[in-house]
Write a protein that binds this ligand. Structure first.
Ligand code: GTP
Length: 542
């Protein structure tokens, strides 16, 4: 039997396909589920960070408001007290402790832009002028306080932003301008932001809407404009400068994938920002994805094993059927061992195999019959006769009896054909065969040898003396005219008979019978002749 490669079996292929499908669908499902969860979680984390950012922005806004309020109240007090001279101004400022708490420094600048007094000392009053500074000019022009652009302080050299407040006299003439600075390099003002710094590598920053950096963990970047920096503005910051509030997933300036949020203040042209590297922000998500994929893989492997087990169990009847067919082929068992009662595909296959085997057996029997039968007369053919004669000769050893062989030929059969046609000749052959069978015992073997020649094998004879009676019976059986043409057709036969024992062969017996037939023919036909018994040769006349 042809050996099947282990991976070529239906079982192996089904298992591989089932495992692959389970694994693939498991992985795809888990990727799909993880993606949905990740999308929601990302939104959740982004919204949470943005909420923190908004609260930090609100806090910063409140800080600025309270600083403005302190400065405005100070200016109001000075206007009400008609404070005008530098010394009086300085004294007044020194009496307000919240100025010191809220600001890095507070200065008074006269209407011409000359420094009148500075709370923290520094440059000498009367010698420093800020007339050219934008914040001073705008305050004078608008007669209102403002929040300046970030700048480097002329007094301290520090990066600062200034809050200004004009002080008028009773007639409404500008007396001087109060300018209070916030030191951008001091963490104090941005403490709310820094408290909210996300993770280990995240950071908060503040830029003006023009892109100037007010607060950044890298202090060297303070007062730089993001547009002037190497690499230019990252796209998300460009959007924020254009007015976008919200968060995005994008690369930061260093090229790190990050969650980046922006929140613009309502009362200042400032934008508070947050940068949170995604590797850190979504670390739990990454861990969750790995866990999910690992568990899916394990589940798929278990499902595959269960699938294999199920396939092995389900295909067992097929294996049983294969074994049954193999043992039927070897001849160890009959066709009946196949279970035909199953109600599944294996049952259908069993029934098909059973039916096929039976059909084949029938066909073999039929072809064996055809191979051993003469199709016209239905008698055994020559081949079958020779085979049976051989067997009969072999049996003689046991039975210790003799055997007789009769060789027959229809007399002048050619004339019958020629005179009455081939069909009539066939009909004569059929009738001749029928009569011949009736003339001998049912146990005798009657065969058509060839054309109009027939052979009869008689078993169980004891002596050659028995043959004349048999020959006579045969010749006699043909004497009634054959009913194959109107009025009947006289048909006679000549018979040669031979007797043999255990030492005879098929060839010798047939040869003797044929020779005896020749004698019978020569003697005038319509009679028989027994080989070796010349005295008993006799003609039978009609
Ligand atoms: N109709 C028919 N004729 C057959 C068949 N087989 C052989 N024959 C014919 O049978 C004839 C046999 O003739 P022969 O045996 O030569 O001689 P015969 O006419 O019988 O003369 P004798 O044998 O000498 O009496 C031939 O003409 C064959 O063609 C057959 O199946 N059907």
């Amino acid at each position: 039997m042809q050996r099947i490669h282990p991976f070529g079996t239906l079982k192996a292929r089904m298992t591989i396909i089932v495992c692959a499908l389970v694994f693939l669908s498991g992985i795809l499902l888990s990727i799909y589920a993880v993606n949905i969860v990740e999308r929601d979680m990302t939104r959740l984390v982004g919204d949470r960070e943005y909420a923190l950012l908004s609260s930090a922005a609100a806090q910063m806004e409140q800080d600025l408001q309270s600083k403005r309020a302190v400065l405005r109240v100070t200016a109001e007090g000075m206007r009400a007290a008609q404070v005008a001279r530098p010394a009086a101004v300085r004294r007044h400022l020194e009496q307000i402790p919240s100025l010191d708490q809220q600001f890095f420094n507070t200065v008074a600048i006269d209407a011409k832009g000359t420094l009148m007094s500075s709370l923290s000392g520094g440059a000498a009053a009367g010698q420093t002028t800020v007339a050219a500074r934008e914040y001073f000019q705008q305050t004078v022009a608008t007669r209102r306080g403002l929040l300046s652009r970030p700048l480097r302080s002329a007094l301290s050299g520090k990066p600062v932003v200034l809050l200004t407040e004009p002080v008028f006299n009773a007639a409404g003439t500008l007396q001087f301008v109060l300018a209070a600075s916030i030191d951008l390099s001091q963490a104090d003002f941005f403490r709310h932001l820094d408290r909210l710094t996300p993770g280990r590598h995240g950071y908060m920053f503040v830029v003006t809407t023009e892109g100037v950096i007010l607060h950044h963990p890298d202090a060297r970047r303070l007062l730089r404009n993001v547009a002037d920096e190497e690499g230019g503005i990252v796209p998300s910051t460009r959007q924020a400068l254009a007015g976008m509030n919200g968060w995005v997933l994008a690369k930061n300036k260093a090229g790190v994938d990050s969650l980046i949020g922006y929140r613009r203040l309502a009362t200042a042209d400032w934008i508070v920002g947050i940068v949170y590297p995604t590797a850190e922000a979504f670390a739990p998500l990454v861990a969750m994805r790995q866990r999910a994929l690992l568990r899916t893989g394990i589940a798929a492997a278990v499902a595959g094993l269960l699938g294999l087990f199920a396939i092995v169990v389900l295909l067992r009847p097929l294996e049983t059927l294969r074994r049954q067919v193999a043992s039927i082929r070897r001849g160890d068992a009959g066709i009946d061992i196949i279970d035909l009662a199953r109600r599944d595909e294996v049952g259908a296959l069993s029934r098909a195999i059973h039916a096929l085997t039976e059909e084949r057996a029938r066909a073999e029997a039929e072809s064996a019959r055809l191979a051993s039968t003469d199709s016209l007369t239905g008698l055994c053919n020559r081949r079958m006769m020779e085979c049976e004669l051989d067997k009969a000769l072999m049996r003689l050893n046991r039975t210790r009896t003799g055997i007789g062989v009769a060789f027959l030929d229809i007399d002048h059969f050619k004339q019958i054909n020629d005179s009455h046609g081939h069909a009539a000749g066939d009909a004569v052959l059929v009738e001749f065969a029928r009569r011949l069978k009736l003339a001998v015992r049912g146990t005798d073997l009657v065969a058509r040898y060839a054309g109009d020649e027939f052979v009869v094998v008689f078993e169980g004879l004891y002596a050659v003396d028995e043959l004349p009676a048999l020959g006579g019976k045969i010749v006699e059986a043909m004497h009634v005219p054959f009913d194959v043409i109107a009025g009947g057709l006289p048909v006679t036969t000549s018979v040669g008979l031979a007797f043999g024992g255990a030492d005879s062969t098929r060839e010798s017996l047939l040869k003797c019978a044929d020779e005896a037939l020749y004698v019978a023919k020569a003697a005038g036909r319509n009679g028989f002749f027994v080989d070796g018994v010349v005295a008993k040769a006799c003609g039978v006349e009609h």
